[in-house]
Every structure is written in C-alpha cells, then in structure tokens.
Design a protein around this ligand. Structure first.
Ligand code: GDG
Length: 465
C-alpha cells in the first residue's frame, strides 16, 4: 500500500487532544501508511520574497510533517485576501462581504504553485494525495502541470454555492476547471453535489456521465457527498475526563435555578450570531416567564481578526449582547454571557452537557461539528435539545433536531421556547435517534469512505488516460 499524503492550509498535531477529531482521524490514516502531512507552517516572513518559502521537515511518530513559510505579501493575498476575503464569503452566499480586489488572485496562484513545487519534491509515485479545503483548489492542477500522476482527491469543508453565486467570482471558470485535475471531489452535502452538477451543466462543456461522474477538460471527475462526522467515542471519553466533569459541576451549581442555552463557535459571520441574539431577545419579550431564568452562554472564539468583516461583527455582537443585558438584566441575573475567548477543548463536553438547549443556527455552514459534539456529550437519560439551522449541512442528517430558519426571528424564538419545554420522553427519543446517526457516520466512516472512493476512482493522472 502506498503512502497517504494530506495537504491542508494548516497542520495540527494529531497526537494532541486540543487538535480535535479531524486532526486525530487524519493522523491515524497517516500513521497507518507512514504518510506525509503538508501545509503552511503558520510563519509569516515579514520581508520574504513572494512565491518563496523555506521548507521545514519534522517527524510526529510515523508521520512526516512538511511545512512551508509564507512571505507577508503572499500571506496577505493568498490567506487573508483570496481565501478569506473572496472564497469564504462567496461560498457562504455573502457576496456583499466579498472583496474582489484584483491583486489577491496572484497571491493565491503563487502560493498554490509554491506548495506544488515544494510538495512535488517529496512525493513518491505510488502516493495518494488528499487535499483539503478552499485555500488549495488549484493545487492538483499545479502538480499535474509539473508531471505528477498520483491519485489526487479534494475535500471541500465549506458549502459549494449555487451556480449564479459562484459565477460572481471573476475567476470561477478557472477555479472550477482546476477541480477537474482531481480524481475525486468530496463535498459535505447532497445540496452541494446538486450545485456542482448544475454548475457543470450550465457553465462548462462537461459530459455528465452519471449522478456522480463528470467528464471535461480531458479528465473524469467523481463527485460525491461525504458528510464529515466527529469521533464520537473520543468525545464521549473526553466527557468522562476530570476537566469536563468539573466544568459540568460548576455550571450546574451556578445555574441550578436557571435554564442554560448554549452557543459555541468561532466568531464568524456565517454562524448567524446576531440573528441568534435577536431571537433570544424575542424569547424574553414574547415569553416573559424566561426572564430571570433563561441564560444564553455564547462562546465566540477569536478568528481571522485581521479581516475587516470580522472586526465589524465583533462590535455588533458586543453591542447587541450589551443591549439585551441592559434591557432585561436584573441585579442577580444577566441574560447573555458573551465570551470572546476560546474554551479548552477538554472542558467543552461538560459545557455542552450542562446546557438544556444548544443553539446551532448558522446562516450557512458546510456541515457544523458543534451540533454533533453537543449530541455526543448529552446524558441519554436527561438530554438537552438541539435547535439547528436548516442551512447547516448537518441538517440533511440530523432530522430529529428542531430545525429553524435563522432569518425568521420570531419562529426561531418560538422554537427555542418549545425546546425549553420539551417533555423528557420526547427529548430522549430525539436524542437516541440523533446519537445513532452521528455514531453511524462518524469521522472514521468519513475518512474510510472517502479514501475507498478515491482508491476506486479512475485515475486521471495515470499514463495513457
Ligand atoms: C469548517 C466548516 C465544517 C469552537 N469554539 C471553540 C472550539 N470550537 C471547535 C468546535 C468544533 C470546531 O471548533 C468547529 O467546527 P465547525 O464544524 O462547527 O465549524 P468551522 O470551524 O467553521 O469548520 C464546517 C468543518 O470545517 C469540518 O469540515 O463542519 O462547516 O465551516 O470542533 O468544538 N474548540 C475549543 N474552544 C472553543 O472555544 N477548544
């Protein structure tokens, strides 16, 4: 069996709990094949030359880690500019937040070329290459241009928008054509696959060979949904740990007379935080029995702070939570606890378990792992209720959650009220069904089914194809 080579913008140490289930799952596959993990080192060289970067090699167990530094100019145009200022907003349906500065695309291409050059020197002919996420869409095309014929797959962690939204990106044809250099394209949901198929049908000369197979630009591409999961066993075990137990006990004693609602995410405009706070305010207005009791803990961990849209969002959230606390707060009770900090991963299961209701209400989300972590952390005898946006990829699977349209403030408030008053038997039934779903399609299922499909895909780079 050849090696697995994983390429992603950032690497995580697969041996550390803090890295999360995805890093651990990929780490296991890399470990099994004695593989290689390649990406950006996280270092920005202030006066570095664009398109250049030092390669660092190290070893984590059987896994080789290879990272490249980026010059300031490359980092700003590739990472902040094109990846997070164009692709992230557009792929989350936010054309209004996209900054189509013509200078960004050069950096995006340059860094993908740099990665391809550095990576090509480390590859073996029988490697299987698995590239992750929107930062690296053209990587396979760059590698193919250098003569690399290995099997290559791509997984997009964020949504793929409908064709007309995608077409707003000036370079959309080039980006989508680049995807045809891979052998397998993995997407999070069936909705994403449908968008891809419609794009290809209307905007490219592709032949649609089957539901999952497309031929264009001299290549055949398989496209399939592989909804990512969590490591349920690992997360359950984390919940039994001392840190999680302490967190749970602390929350339960502090909020013994209250009902706890919880939101946990990176501070990101895709996550629907202002809409959530407005729905919570309506809950207090329309159902006043919650005043003095319902408390929303909102963890918004810092993210991409040097992108303007994130700083604006932060101000909006501070002002909204301040206003709700000012309008409804009492001497011994504050309705919103807004925390702009990262909680230790080891403590998260305790926080989830203490909550009566989780509010996972993104405006758009590739999948959303917080929803799955919340389910895994619950006490099956007395589980909390998941209120989930229908616009999260996870909504395709988690049908027993209470699904909401986060733009509809009053119906969301009504649903939160329903969640707070759901009878025990119904909570148990829904939780049991949800737990079965996340166990069946956990992160190991995701990795294995993706890699099996990649191994079966007709290899476009193979000689003679
Ligand atoms: C992208 C896609 C897709 C959050 N706050 C803290 C913290 N977290 C952890 C959660 C969870 C992870 O971060 C967030 O994962 P999500 O899936 O919810 O969202 P994104 O970060 O946007 O991830 C998404 C995912 O990729 C995987 O494909 O599901 O749709 O957008 O694990 O627990 N962790 C800690 N402290 C925090 O304060 N330790």
């Amino acid at each position: 069996m050849g090696r697995l080579v994983v390429v992603s913008n950032r690497l995580a140490d697969p041996r550390k709990t803090a890295s999360g289930g995805l890093a651990v799952a990929l780490g296991q596959a890399l470990e099994a094949s004695g593989g290689l993990w390649f990406g950006w080192s996280g270092h920005v060289v202030q006066d570095g030359t664009p398109g250049e970067g030092e390669l660092h090699l190290s070893q984590a167990g059987r896994v080789q880690l290879a990272t490249v530094d980026l010059s300031r100019e490359d980092h700003d145009s590739y990472y902040l500019g094109y990846s997070n200022g164009v692709l992230w907003p557009v792929f989350h349906y936010r054309l209004d937040l996209a900054d189509f500065d013509a200078g960004f695309i050069g950096g995006y291409r340059r860094v993908n070329q740099l990665f391809a050059r550095k990576l090509a020197g480390l590859l073996r002919p029988d490697d299987t290459i698995w590239v992750h996420d929107y930062h690296l869409i053209p990587l396979a095309a760059e590698l193919r241009a250098m003569g690399c014929q290995q099997r290559m797959g791509f997984f997009l962690h964020i949504p793929l928008p409908p064709p007309l939204l995608l077409a707003a990106v000036p370079e959309h044809e080039w980006l989508m054509r680049s995807l045809f250099s891979y052998d397998l394209l993995g997407l999070q949901s069936e909705a994403d696959v449908a968008h891809f198929s419609r794009y290809v049908g209307t905007e490219t000369p592709a032949d649609i060979l089957g539901e999952h197979e497309f031929r264009a630009f001299g290549n055949t591409l398989q496209v399939q949904a592989f909804p990512i999961g969590i490591d349920v066993d690992e997360f359950t075990a984390l919940g039994r740990g001392r840190d999680a137990q302490e967190m749970f006990d602390q929350m339960r004693s502090e909020y013994s007379r209250r009902r706890l609602l919880l939101g946990v995410e990176r501070l990101d405009y895709s996550k629907g935080l202002p809409q959530r706070l407005k729905a919570f305010r309506q809950l207090l207005q329309h159902y006043p029995e919650n005043v003095g009791s319902a408390t929303l803990i909102q963890i918004a961990s810092p993210s991409r702070e040097s992108v303007d849209a994130y700083a604006t969002l932060r101000q909006e959230l501070e002002s909204l939570s301040g206003a709700i606390n000012g309008d409804f707060g009492q001497l011994d009770w504050m309705p919103v606890r807004y925390i702009h900090r990262t909680v230790m991963r080891k403590r998260l299961p305790g926080l989830y378990r203490a909550a009566a209701v989780a509010l996972v209400t993104p405006l758009r989300d590739g999948m959303n792992l917080v929803a799955k972590e919340f389910i895994a952390a619950q006490d099956p005898d007395d589980p909390g209720v998941l209120v989930l946006s229908r616009f999260a990829g996870a909504a395709e699977q988690l049908r027993e959650a209470l699904l909401v349209n986060p733009y509809d403030t009053s119906r969301t408030a009504e649903t939160i009220q329903r969640a707070l008053h759901m009878p025990l038997e119904e909570r148990q039934g829904r939780h049991q069904a949800l737990l079965a779903r996340i166990k069946e399609r956990d992160v190991h299922w995701w990795r294995e089914s993706y890699l099996q499909a990649l191994a079966r895909a007709p290899a476009s780079g193979a000689p003679g194809s």
